[in-house]
Design a binder for this molecule. Sequence first.
Ligand SMILES: NC(=O)c1ccc[n+]([C@@H]2O[C@H](COP(=O)([O-])OP(=O)(O)OC[C@H]3O[C@@H](n4cnc5c(N)ncnc54)[C@H](OP(=O)(O)O)[C@@H]3O)[C@@H](O)[C@H]2O)c1
Length: 388
Amino acid sequence: MKRLAILGSTGSIGRSALAVVDAHPTRLAVVALAAGDNDALLASQVQRYRPAVVAMATDEGIDRLRPSCGDVRPLMASGADGLIAVATHPSVDIVICASAGTAGLEAVLAAIDAGKTIALANKEVLVMAGALVTERARQRSVSILPVDSEHNAVHQCLHGRERGEVRRLILTASGGPFREWSAAALERVGPDEALRHPTWQMGRKITIDSATLMNKGLEVIEAHWLFGVDADQIDVVIHPQSIVHSLVELTDGSVLAQLGVTDMRLPIQYACSYPDRWDGALPSLDLTRAGRLEFLEPDHDRFPCLGLAYRALRAGGTLPVVLNAANEVAVDAFLDGKLGFTSIPRVIERTMNAHSVEDVTTIDVVRRVDAWGRNKARAMAAELELTV
Ligand SMILES: NC(=O)c1ccc[n+]([C@@H]2O[C@H](COP(=O)([O-])OP(=O)(O)OC[C@H]3O[C@@H](n4cnc5c(N)ncnc54)[C@H](OP(=O)(O)O)[C@@H]3O)[C@@H](O)[C@H]2O)c1
């Protein structure tokens, strides 16, 4: 039996993780759950899975949650300490990190210190603090298993291979809903259109990131930290069908790919079962029904976010922190109807241009630069658009 903590249990990945638990009740148990604000859903999860500890983002959330848990009486905590309590509970074996944004960073580090296996969906953690997180995991001999479908695919393709056998990684991207839109049409995109992803059902922030291709940019940085490869060894191809989840080219030119249905339960289950494989609850991939598989070059002119992420990775240090912070501010402003779709990369680029890169030596540096990046991005957004 593997015992799980789930950070972000009320979100898209968190709910899929609980569906994996439901499919494997003799192999997986829930020990600890953390959510942001959705006390109603968390209360129903508490009654169903009876965790030992739960956390919410705020004390107010806990006050709403407490009377709704029926006869279940878990320990309850809030804020950063609550996330850490969930991630480090002594009974937990695997921490599924699926909280949105940057809130989970300290909890991931605490979980590593406590020797927990990390199943990581929350790519922002590695974008902000990849050097600190991976070094800490190396020191403690802790595994970081990727849940992101592309990195999970690479992880599967690399299984049993030597680092020296790898020439490059090829991450696939659906291209999002605006893959074929002209630059002029992109100027008029609104939040509702951007939230309609063609192949994946995901949380709001990552859905917008997919539409701008920033999601793929963040994944390039994530791949660098997870697999120890340079920016020049990570390519991106647009694959609108989202069936090939990613590929690895070996030094002799062989290319390995992982294919599967577009359902996050598959990579989540593999992260939980690793190094074993369990029978899946999902349908088999039917390639004859999938039809044509296409692979196209990304258009950096219409989707500049991908290039900005490569720039941040190549510069290193604190520039990825600024990229991530500015992106979160710009995406929030876009979702609030205050910033145009094509102004998202403009805000990010201007914020990056204003930053003097320093080394990421401590979490305090990360948090300080993150706060700076958010403030600067807000100012850039206010200059660029409407009423931010
Ligand atoms: N969805 C996907 O298919 C997918 C694929 C690959 C990677 N990812 C990554 O996985 C992460 C989650 O994505 P998602 O799509 O599942 O997002 P989501 O649906 O927006 O869910 C986010 C989760 O984080 C929780 N949360 C937010 N702030 C929190 C805080 N301060 N403390 C504790 N929990 C907090 C939310 O709680 P409330 O809802 O209760 O507020 C929710 O449970 C992201 O980093 C994303 O990039 C997602």
